[in-house]
Write a protein that binds this ligand. Structure first.
Ligand SMILES: NC(=[NH2+])NCCC[C@H](N)C(=O)O
Ligand SMILES: [Mn+2]
Ligand SMILES: [Mn+2]
Length: 313
């Protein structure tokens, strides 16, 4: 089995599971319960059964970072809270990544990517990022229509947004040529323009239908990791999956990835032996029926296991 053992950027079979029970990047409560539900479902134990040494940082004290007042700044809601939480998590993630551990972060809303990408890229500066999502999450504070930071992390990480006082700590460590998307289908006008102008590797569901998921992953890697020698970070928003597959998420969009297409992406990245970190984001166990929540949590766990080599022969 091809696992992180064969990964030249990692030092052993150590997986750091980082809980990011945070909802401040969007308006719906419940997404902060995502990490706990994934862990209660048995994710850490499942990884141990696969032969990994697993550490788990639940971070269930994030509410202590909530400021008494947090007015909108440059259109962004809860800027202080989001900034404090993600800065703290970024430091934690950086430490684990620098020790050669695989970092698996469980969201929480996708603003947490400010932390994961900052932390992972501090340890692996030449990494590339595969963003699996129905949304592009690259709005700037000026452009965002919602004011929700979970729709903006990539603009900060790539340096497209600069000068927001709360997010001055976020360094533009991600080159736009090292970013690729799969699964897009709900993009704001500003985002569309940005993807085009900067010639970002962005594959929508149309491309998945047209070329198939195998070719799509290959095309992305050809662009952002042409010699297959750079570390890879995967940020997987479960709303990339079709709502019939992952219904319990805050911003579902019809016409998404199938169960197999989602898993294929994780398997193909595990197979490269270059994957150093994965985020499973936007699982919201307070939305939809019990059965829907079960499905969503179950698929979140199995995506994570596939990132670590389950299902490779
Ligand atoms: N991580 C997510 N689910 N993002 C949804 C973003 C939706 C919309 N583009 C916005 O800016 O608010
Ligand atoms: Mn999304
Ligand atoms: Mn997202």
């Amino acid at each position: 089995m091809m696992t992180v053992e064969h990964n030249k950027f990692l030092s052993g079979k150590q997986v750091a599971v980082i809980g990011a029970p945070f909802n401040g990047g969007q308006p719906q409560a419940g997404v902060e319960q995502g990490p706990l539900r994934l862990v209660e479902f048995g994710l850490a134990n499942q990884l141990e059964e696969m032969g990994y040494n697993v550490s788990y940082e639940p971070n269930d004290d994030l509410d202590s970072l909530k400021p008494a007042e947090d007015p909108v700044v440059q259109n962004l809601k809860n800027p202080k809270f989001v900034s404090r939480v993600t800065q703290k998590l970024a430091g934690q993630i950086e430490q684990h990544a620098k020790q050669g551990e695989f970092v698996l972060t469980l969201g929480g809303d996708h603003s947490v990517a400010l932390a994961t990408v900052s932390g992972v890229f501090a340890a692996h500066p030449n990494a590339c990022l595969l963003w699996i999502d129905a949304h592009a999450d690259i709005n700037t504070p000026e452009a965002t229509e919602s004011g929700n930071v979970h729709g903006c992390p990539l603009s900060f990480l790539t340096g497209l947004s600069q000068g927001h006082p709360e997010f001055a700590w976020v360094k533009p460590i991600l080159d736009l040529g090292r970013l690729a998307y799969i699964g897009l289908r709900d993009i704001d006008n500003f985002e569309k323009k940005t993807l085009r102008e900067h010639n970002i590797m962005a594959l929508s569901m149309h491309h998945v239908d047209k070329w198939g998921i195998g070719k799509c992953v290959e095309m992305c890697l050809d662009r952002i990791n042409p010699n297959r020698d750079l570390p890879i970070h995967l940020s997987f928003d479960v709303d990339a999956l079709d709502p019939t597959v992952a219904p319990s998420t805050g911003t579902p969009v019809r016409g998404g990835l199938t169960f197999r297409e989602g898993h294929y992406i994780c398997e193909a990245l595990a197979e490269t032996g270059l994957l150093v970190a994965a985020d499973i984001m936007e699982v919201n166990p307070s939305l939809e029926s019990d059965e829907a929540v079960f499905k969503t949590v179950q698929v979140g766990c199995s995506l994570a296991r596939c990132c670590l080599g389950e299902s490779l022969l």
